[in-house]
Design a protein around this ligand. Structure first.
Ligand code: ADP
Length: 283
């Protein structure tokens, strides 16, 4: 069982030390601006949990609410104000954005040094080049779980279900860079089971509860489940946990697997961004 709590606790402990070091040197605690473009309550639940994770380690945050009917130009102006604000080290732009706003325009405007989610155009390009400043917290957390439990992917066959810009694609890229041979599967993939059965490392980021059944998993495989869906039976991952756990060599539970590590890695991204900015300013 690849539990996330131990991994998250280790990351949080090292982050707390870094923050103490920063503040000991006379600097203010890191400060994150969270841009609220939507009035959607699901996003607010996520934002609340992020704010608590920040507060827990002593990171300050503030909400920047766009006015109703804000345009892409308004969003870009808000990003630019925060880009030039020396009090702000991290900018968080929860997605999805309302349809009226252009995500790519925002990604182009996000300064890569303050982009703690690794979603700016520059950071996505830098990840492809193997030189990212920030990496999206969910896939980086998946890699941290593998590392924490001593699982090497070098030379292994990995299959990633999902090709989103924040989970599936970066996870496939990180696995490739770590030496795995990677196949990305998605909605158009034919015969998903024949692909997943070849995986030594199977990663699911589809958001479809129960998608991965025991018959789709090679005996002994490592299974990482990024899926989070609320069902009438509570929170469920993409993986049919009880059945797959009987076949897999190692597996992340939901809840308690990748989720807590994502939050810890996001916090670490803020601290690393702050340290980078202090260094750039010669502090
Ligand atoms: P996330 O941001 O968590 O990755 P998205 O909804 O953006 O979630 O992406 C879901 C991904 O999962 C998409 O790339 C989609 O093609 C893939 N996917 C969804 N359902 C299936 C399925 N039944 N089989 C294979 N891939 C799927």
């Amino acid at each position: 069982m690849l539990k996330g709590d131990a991994v998250a606790a280790a990351i949080r402990a090292s982050v707390k030390d870094q923050i103490q070091e920063l503040c000991g040197a006379g600097a203010n605690p890191p400060h994150v601006a969270i841009i609220l473009a939507a009035e959607d309550s699901a996003a607010h639940v996520y934002i609340g949990s992020v704010e608590r994770a920040f507060a827990h380690v002593g990171i300050d945050s503030r909400r920047v609410q766009l006015t109703q009917g804000a345009t892409t130009d308004d969003l870009i102006a808000a990003i630019q104000r925060l880009a030039h604000d020396p009090e702000v080290q991290g900018i968080l732009l929860p997605t999805p954005l309302p349809h009226s706003l252009s995500l790519i325009a925002a990604q182009d405007a996000l300064p890569p040094d303050k982009d703690i989610e690794g979603i700016s155009s520059t950071n996505v390009g830098r990840l492809a080049l193997g030189k990212p400043k920030s990496i999206p917290a969910t896939p980086l957390g998946g890699m941290e779980i593998l590392r924490h439990y001593g699982i090497s992917v070098e030379g292994k066959r990995a299959v990633v279900i999902g090709r989103s810009a924040v989970v599936g694609w970066p996870m496939a890229t990180l696995l490739t860079q770590a030496g795995a041979t990677v196949t990305i599967c998605h909605r158009q993939t034919r015969d998903l089971a024949s692909m997943t059965r070849q995986a030594d490392v199977l990663v699911s980021a589809a958001g479809q509860p129960g998608l991965v059944s025991a018959g789709m998993v090679q005996p002994g495989a490592v299974v990482i489940d990024f899926g989070v869906s609320m069902t009438p039976h509570g929170m469920r991952g993409d993986v049919d946990f009880d059945a797959v756990a009987a076949v897999a060599g190692a597996i992340t539970p939901v809840p308690g697997g990748t989720g807590p590590v994502t939050a810890a890695v996001l916090v670490r991204n803020v601290v690393e961004a702050t340290i980078r900015q202090h260094k750039a300013q010669g502090q």
